[in-house]
Design a protein around this ligand. Structure first.
Ligand code: GLC
Length: 422
């Protein structure tokens, strides 16, 4: 194993020596402090390997916008980007544009990562991306305010969340008219797919398309919970939630203007930073549930090497380096979930982010979006889904089940899968 690694490094170094200054460009995200963390890792690589320049390209926050940019590069078979930060839902849709990392020494790294993510990133036996960080939806709650209004702990059901929000809002709005009960990712984009999957799965409404490629979304439990969410808008959630992404929700929350927020773990470290209005006043719990069990959508990002890169061997070394133990640890300290299992037992990590320990099961049992089942059409399926959900929760459609039935037919037209109607 070590030998393979050494050989690959030597080859990389030799090519550096032969061709002097080389540049590897990494297309990365900028949600929270992601960009800063990626730039730090890039600078460390440059310091270790003089002669290599690692550029970090800032890409749009919203998943569909980022995908749009990547697709332009792929269509042009562009060598402008060597390493792409890819969403956990993309390996199936985008595999053809990436090299097989096993050909560049990935065997040395793979055993340390969660097997389910490695499996997700393996398409036809090819490892198309190395896991970088994982994600799962969690509930942020204001511990101070729940205590102030006599509640023992965070809500276990969506109904309880609603009740608590009503009570706390009635009191807090007197001094702060901008105060709301709940914010989430309600814009019409991939983030809404994640949030809606959690509501629906936690109400026994399934996962849109099941593993047997049946379209299961047109069901009463799904319709019922989406109608409940529609009732929250303008009541416990601001109208503006319908345009919020992760960062939009975090800004409202971090300014102290919400009792609850659904978000990914990255918002924890930022919420506890010195400039945060809610530092030390909040905690993180499992999301509430409806008539089923709590569900957290599986998210997360990987690093993939473009087939169109001029130097895939060097690009692969940059990807492995950025996703290695030390960098995942540095990121874990900023509450980005590692994909390397042992980091969840690291005392420093657990001290910085205690819920990485207490919610470990949430991270390992997160519910996957149907990206493998619908590949290579996942993005289209998800787009149809979040548009339909947005129509329902914004009140543009007032018959949720009928909208979900239409959605099922639209998904059938794209995928050729069978819809199941109740
Ligand atoms: C987070 C998740 C990603 C998901 C996105 C939706 O970045 O890690 O998997 O697609 O949010 O907005």
């Amino acid at each position: 194993m070590k030998k393979v690694l050494l050989t690959v490094l030597l080859v990389a170094l030799l090519s550096v020596a032969l061709f002097a200054e080389k540049t590897i460009t990494v297309a990365a995200g900028a949600v929270g402090i992601e960009l800063e963390l990626a730039r730090q890792a890039a600078a460390e690589f440059e310091a270790l390997f003089p002669g290599v320049k690692v550029n970090v390209l800032d890409t749009p926050d919203m998943v569909q916008d980022r995908l749009g940019l990547y697709l332009q590069f792929f269509e042009a078979q562009s060598d402008r980007v060597d390493v792409y930060q890819v969403d956990v839902i993309w390996p199936g849709d985008l595999a053809q544009h990436f090299v097989d990392l096993y050909e560049y020494g990935a065997n040395d790294y793979v055993p340390n990562h969660f097997p389910a993510i490695v499996e997700n990133n393996t398409v036809d036996g090819r490892l198309v991306a190395i896991p970088w960080f994982t994600d799962a939806g969690v509930l942020y709650y204001r511990q101070d305010l729940l205590e102030k209004y006599g509640f023992d702990g965070p809500p276990e059901t969506w109904d309880e969340l609603e009740e608590m929000a009503h009570v706390v809002m009635a009191g807090e709005k007197k001094n702060n008219p901008d105060f709301w009960g709940f914010v989430f990712q309600g814009n019409a984009y991939e983030g809404l797919t994640c949030d809606a999957l959690e509501w629906i799965a936690s109400n026994n409404g399934g996962t849109i398309v099941n593993r047997d490629q049946e379209i299961t979304i047109a069901n009463q439990n799904a319709a019922e919970i989406l109608e409940q969410v529609a009732g929250w808008i303008g009541d416990i959630c601001p109208e503006g939630v319908l345009a919020m992404d992760e960062e939009g929700a975090r800004k409202v929350w971090q300014a102290g203007n919400a009792l609850f927020m659904r978000n990914w773990p990255y918002a924890y470290a930022l919420g506890n930073a010195d400039d945060s209005a809610i530092k030390g006043k909040f905690d993180v719990a499992v999301l509430p549930h409806g008539k089923g069990e709590s569900a957290a959508t599986l998210g997360g990002w990987q690093l993939a090497v473009s087939k169109y890169s001029k130097d895939p061997a060097l690009a692969a070394q940059v990807a492995f380096f950025m996703a290695n133990y030390d960098h995942q640890k540095a990121r874990a300290m900023e509450s980005y979930n590692p994909t390397i299992k042992t980091l969840y037992q690291d005392p420093e990590v657990l001290e910085a982010v205690p819920f990485f320990g207490s919610l470990y099961d949430v991270f390992t049992n997160a519910v996957a979006r149907p990206s493998t089942a619908s590949a290579p059409n996942y993005n289209e399926v998800s787009t149809l889904f979040f548009k339909a959900v947005h129509q329902i929760i914004s009140g543009q459609s007032n018959d949720a089940l009928a909208t979900l039935e239409e959605l099922a037919l639209d998904i059938a037209a794209v995928t050729g899968f069978e819809p199941v109607f109740e």
